[in-house]
Design a binder for this molecule. Sequence first.
Ligand code: ZN
Length: 220
Amino acid sequence: MEGSVESRTSHEVDNWLRWLPRWHPGTHRTRARLCRQCFGSPVIAAAGLTEDVPHAVQHALAMRMKIVVDASVDEYTEQHLPLLSRELRLDEVRRARRVYRPTEGLDPEHRGLDLDPPTPKDSPYLFTFGELAGLPNPDDSDELDVPAPPLSADEKAAVLREVAIADAYAAEAGRRLCVELARHRLRMRAAVAEFVEPQVQALLADLESTLDSPHWRRES
Ligand SMILES: [Zn+2]
């Protein structure tokens, strides 16, 4: 089966391993905050990459593993959860069709006022909010833009049941992914030792010699 969690995981590990030799320190900006994707991630732990591995390297793997779970859940939802599938499709259509509507979502104080400030002489606007607001929604004529009738309480409950099933499936997919990932631990650690560690060591050595240089010596 082409789309099993295990085969997808192994495939994405291959992709990550192909990417790893191209990693260099400083190709990614450092983050000020802890990354929610990586910090405490069971995926990073299963891969054996918790200790002494730069965040960018961990993050690349975490994002690839997210692709695996997302793809598996999407596929499962499409095949087994018709109500949730339909809701997701409608939501996607709605989001794709949302155009800029400057008159919506204004604070009460600003509603109903002219959208544009008075135009100064000799400095025409390239566009005005008024014009934007007056533009027809390109999809106004499309029947898909007609809002779907609201769900009944029963239908809502049925969709929520499917959401719970999808959540459980995602948790199971994550568990299987971690089991599979642990099987690739050795080759991943070996690649980190080959491509990442020497660069980190070089960086540290560089830093040390910079700190030792006369420029950094405190004058006393
Ligand atoms: Zn991260």
